[in-house]
Write a protein that binds this ligand. Structure first.
Ligand SMILES: Nc1nc2c(ncn2[C@@H]2O[C@H](COP(=O)(O)OP(=O)(O)O)[C@@H](O)[C@H]2O)c(=O)[nH]1
Ligand SMILES: [Mg+2]
Length: 267
C-alpha cells in the first residue's frame, strides 16, 4: 500500500468511501486498484511484420501479468489492457495485410500524444510464418530452413524499421524494445542472432538513426519465446525448454516493469 495513493484517495468523497470499504474488507489493494483505473493509461505499440508472433506475444503475457484482461478491437488494432505495478498499460497489436501502415499511423501519434511510452518491435530472425509460399519449395530444403527464405524475411524486418524510424524522430516514446521472438527455433544460433540485432545490420540501422536524432531513446534487445512450437511442424525445432522459456519471459517482464517505473518517476 502506497502512501501517496492513500493520501490521494482521502482527498475526495469517492476516495473516502473506498478507504472505508477497504478498511472493512481489510483489503488495501482495493484502493490501489480503484485509483489505477482512474489513472491515465500508458500505451505501448507492438510492431513487427506479420508472422513474427505479435499476437502470440500478447497472449504470452497472460501468466506474467496476471491482471491482463480486457480486449478491445478497433479499426485495425487490438488493444489489450494490463496492469504493471499499479500502472494501467494498453498493448496495441495490429493485424492484417496493411499492418505496417497502421503501425506507422500509431508511431505518428506518438509525437503529439504523450500517452505513448514505448514500442516493442518484434522480430524473429527470419522465421516468419507466411501463408503465401510453398512450404516444400520455398521454405525448406529437406528438413533445413532455406537461407534464402530467412534472408528475405530479415530484409523485410529491416525495410520495416527503415520505414518507421524516421517517424520516431520527434516522438515522445521513451524506449524501444527489440524483442527477438522464437528463441526456441534459433537458440542454437544465439551468438549470431544476438550479434545481428546488436551490432549487425539491424543494430547498425538503429544506431545510425539515433545518432542523427535529437531525441535519444533507450533501446533494449531481448530474446524471447512466446510459445514453444516446431517451425512448420518440422521435427528439428524445440531446442529450448520450458524453464528457459519462463526465464526469458520473466526477464522481459522485469525489464518492462523497470522501464514503466522509470517513466512514471520522470513524469
Ligand atoms: N516456435 C515458435 N513459434 C512462435 C512463437 N511465437 C509465435 N509463433 C508462431 O508464429 C506464428 C505467427 O504468430 P502470430 O502471433 O500470429 O504472428 P503475428 O502475425 O505477428 O501476430 C504462429 O503459428 C505462432 O504460433 C515462438 O516464440 N516460437
Ligand atoms: Mg497477429
Amino acid at each position: 500500500m502506497i502512501w501517496e495513493t492513500l493520501i490521494e484517495a482521502a482527498k475526495n468523497k469517492a476516495g473516502e468511501y473506498i478507504i472505508d470499504f477497504a478498511a472493512k474488507k481489510k483489503n488495501w489493494e482495493l484502493i490501489t486498484k480503484f485509483f489505477t483505473k482512474k489513472d491515465k493509461k500508458r500505451k505501448i505499440i507492438i510492431s513487427g511484420s506479420s508472422g513474427v508472433g505479435k499476437s502470440q506475444f500478447v497472449q504470452s503475457l497472460q501468466p506474467q501479468l496476471p491482471q491482463i484482461a480486457i480486449q478491445k478491437r478497433t479499426m485495425g488494432t487490438i488493444e489489450k489492457e494490463a496492469n504493471v505495478q499499479g500502472q494501467g498499460i494498453i498493448f496495441l497489436d495490429t493485424a492484417g495485410q496493411s499492418n505496417l501502415k497502421i503501425q506507422i499511423d500509431e508511431f505518428q501519434k506518438t509525437t503529439t500524444d504523450d500517452d505513448y511510452v514505448g514500442i516493442i518491435n518484434i522480430v524473429s530472425y527470419g522465421y516468419h510464418y507466411t501463408s503465401t509460399l510453398d512450404i516444400e519449395k520455398d521454405i525448406f530444403e529437406e528438413d533445413k530452413v532455406k537461407n534464402s527464405f530467412l534472408e528475405a524475411n530479415k530484409e523485410r524486418e529491416l525495410e520495416d524499421i527503415r520505414r518507421w524510424l524516421p517517424f520516431l524522430e520527434y516522438s515522445k516514446v521513451k524506449w524501444i524494445i527489440t524483442l527477438v521472438n522464437k528463441a526456441d527455433i534459433w537458440w542454437k544460433e544465439k551468438v549470431d542472432v544476438h550479434q545481428y540485432y546488436e551490432s549487425g545490420e539491424y543494430g547498425q540501422t538503429f544506431e545510425n538513426h539515433f545518432q542523427k536524432n535529437y531525441f535519444k531513446k533507450e533501446h533494449l534487445i531481448l530474446p524471447y519465446t512466446a510459445i514453444i512450437e516446431p517451425f512448420y511442424n518440422r521435427p528439428n525445432a524445440g531446442l529450448l525448454g520450458d524453464t528457459a522459456k519462463n526465464n526469458l519471459q520473466t526477464y522481459f517482464t522485469s525489464e518492462l516493469t523497470r522501464l514503466i517505473e522509470q517513466e512514471k518517476k520522470n513524469k
